[in-house]
Design a protein around this ligand. Sequence first.
Ligand code: SR1
Ligand code: MG
Length: 398
Amino acid sequence: MTTTATTSYEPLTETTAVSLARDLQFFKEGALLQCHEIGDGNLNLVFHIRDENKTGIIIKQALPYAKVVGESWPLTLHRATIEGNYLKNAAALVPNLVPKVYYTNETLAITIMEDLSHLEIVRNGFNHGKDYPLLSKHIGEYLAKTLFYTSDFGLNQQEKKKLHQKFTNPELCKITEDLVFTDPFFDSETNNFEPELLEEVESLWNDEQLKLEVAKLKYKFLTDGEALLHGDLHTGSIFANEIDTKVIDPEFAYFGPIGFDVGQFFANILLQAITREEEKRSVIISHLHQVWESFTTTFSDLWKTASVEKFTTTPGYLDYVLKKVFAESIGFAGCEVIRRTIGLAHVADLDTIQPYAKRIITKQKALKLGKLLIWEAESFKNTKEIELLLEKVIKENF
Ligand code: SR1
Ligand code: MG
């Protein structure tokens, strides 16, 4: 079968992905092409196609259901359009930090983009002891620019409302509302945790003080359309090497609270740090400090030089906004830490810990850390205090 731009939707195979690439003339006629489906995420197909010179492209295609669960969980194909539109918008703001988009097709639910196979997924690299020294400087800049320039501080307020319409993403938001903010805090079917964690998990379900704080965070996620978020900015959504960083997979994009993107990155740094022995932890924790430093420096510069909001010259306003973002980031980070430990979608950082007993202890610590981040979100003055909390939780006896 030949799949062309006019064909109706059907999932690609390695063979039809190659036909599509040829039809769209991404390669010279007669080129010898190799194609592999390399998608290891929860939702989509990802085809890597290369010619004999190793010049390649990526074809990403949304499936009409969540791959991680199967066809019983239908899911909108529109997420491919959201992803393509987000990447095109980001290309104008942070061209060096996102893959180039070559082609999109709403009917086929595909995005064809730059081959990033010279880079590694950061989560995989971290889990193999690698580091990416510029990662958090780049991510701080990415967060500041993408969030400032799509907020009412950096984007004409009429234009922002128009852009907002393009990024209404109810089904993908619902996944986050359920999997990050609701299910882990109740005895829900989607939860997935080891029986040895039951005591800690039940104490979390019975903690009404914690649940009140989570309810407030969920309400912010539901109602606070501050800026265009990536919406799923964990270390599995970032490619990097020593010098380059590229953010991928923005299919969860929507207008939400700035602290959500920042908090997801914080959380996934903490989830890696908590798995490490003391001597290998500081290199990871430095990313927590550096991302906040880079984010606040860039955001503050933009506030002073690129604002469209008259009140940004009012003393105290920037400080108020940054404090609000910081506290919310920490609360959101706590929710992400908890859901990656006991919810539907786990992280390899925790799930590959050996031996099993150590994995359980680390997950108990992760739950404790998540709870304390949520409880005390408003009280942290800087990222050093988050590091101190992590150290305290790690050193406690379980
Ligand atoms: C059903 S999707 C599960 C998770 O995978 C995505 O990457 C998001 O993080 C989502 O919560
Ligand atoms: Mg993803």
